[in-house]
Design a protein around this ligand. Structure first.
Ligand code: NAP
Length: 309
């Protein structure tokens, strides 16, 4: 396959809030901008039922709706989207290449905005049971468990917001956490305690998924007492953090030991013309608003880089 003749000013990989904000700022500054997204706009935000901590939406906003609005904003200024999965990136030269099954795109700058995906527990049959009782997304799959009993594993923001969402749909919820306190903000914790159908299993870990053709329960061990119990449940929502989706750039840009792209608040990576925005960047707070902020900075830095060439 021959590379496309046209060399873009800015190529963005990933259509979450970081990617689309970079596209908005880049296109609005007059750069030629193409955003490559493998599935649908929004990234993880796109699968969030209610976003209530993004400024400007006093009643909250559905994550997918917000994603479509971000896309529209960027496209209003001329940014283009191609729904193509990137199979390889060549980032070290002055002209960077992105390979997809249909094209080889060329660009002077690249914004890495591939985000992250949920971490697995690493239990036997976890992969087989995905979609048959094992889920990583309460807002995507919660409705399948209406009136049923489910467990949530984890103690961070995702576990607690999943818990609140599922407490309104399901009959009974077990929240299983390896420590004796949650990491989420207090008001959300209180709301979860007050939901009335949530039982907390502290200092506990899931040691096995019980199943026939689909999940039927969990084996849970209390780490303090050593006591083991089997909980019957129809589904388990695993919310134990994120893994960065930086594989396309690994070996080219510098990454941390845990796989995040190393870039400061200016989003510059160690490679000239390559910027990292959003959840795949090493940073202290991963939120929609900080992803959007990164996107704006990355576009400004890309513009500065192009001006200085
Ligand atoms: P997180 O904050 O990293 O929390 C992960 C939780 O899973 C922690 O409680 C951790 O326990 C536990 N955990 C990690 N590995 C485990 C394992 N192998 N087995 C059992 N438990 C394990 O992840 P997150 O909740 O997905 O949040 C990710 C980011 O998104 C955060 O920055 C969060 O603030 C943000 N977020 C924000 C919102 C919101 O504001 N609306 C909603 C969702 C997510 P320990 O506590 O012991 O480490």
């Amino acid at each position: 396959m021959e590379p496309e003749k046209n060399i873009l000013d800015m190529l963005i990989v990933g259509g979450g809030p970081a990617g689309y904000t970079a596209a908005l700022y880049g296109a609005r500054a007059g750069l030629s901008v193409l955003l490559l997204e493998k599935l649908a706009p929004g990234g993880q935000m796109g699968t969030t039922d209610m976003v209530d901590n993004y400024p400007g939406f006093p009643k909250g906003v559905n994550g997918f709706d917000l994603a479509m609005q971000m896309k529209e904003c960027a496209e209003r200024f001329g940014a283009k989207t191609a729904l193509e999965e990137v199979s390889a990136l060549e980032l070290t030269g002055e002209v960077k290449l992105a390979h997809t099954p249909k094209h080889i795109y060329q660009a002077r700058t690249v914004v890495l905005a591939m985000g992250s995906h949920p971490r697995e527990l690493g239990l036997e049959r976890e992969g087989d049971l995905r979609g048959r009782g094992v889920s990583y997304c309460a807002t995507c799959d919660g409705m399948f468990y209406r009136g049923k009993t489910v467990a949530i594993v984890g103690g961070g923001n995702t576990a607690v917001s999943d818990g609140l969402y599922l407490s309104r749909l399901c009959d009974k919820i077990y929240l299983i956490h390896r420590r004796d306190k949650l990491r989420a903000p207090l008001p959300q914790q209180k709301a979860l305690e007050q939901a009335g159908n949530v039982e907390f299993l502290w200092n506990s870990e899931v040691t096995a998924l019980l199943s026939g053709d689909r999940l039927s329960g969990l084996r849970v061990r209390n780490k303090k007492t050593g006591e083991v119990q089997e909980l019957a449940c129809d589904g388990v929502f695993i919310a134990v953090g994120q893994v960065p989706d930086a594989q396309l750039a690994v070996g080219q840009v510098a990454c941390s030991e845990d796989g995040y792209v190393l870039a400061g608040e200016d989003t510059r990576t160690n490679l000239p013309g390559v910027f990292a925005a959003g959840d795949l960047r090493k940073k202290p707070l991963r939120q929609i608003v900080t992803a959007a902020s990164d996107g704006a900075v990355a576009a400004a830095m890309a513009q500065e880089y192009l001006d200085g060439r």
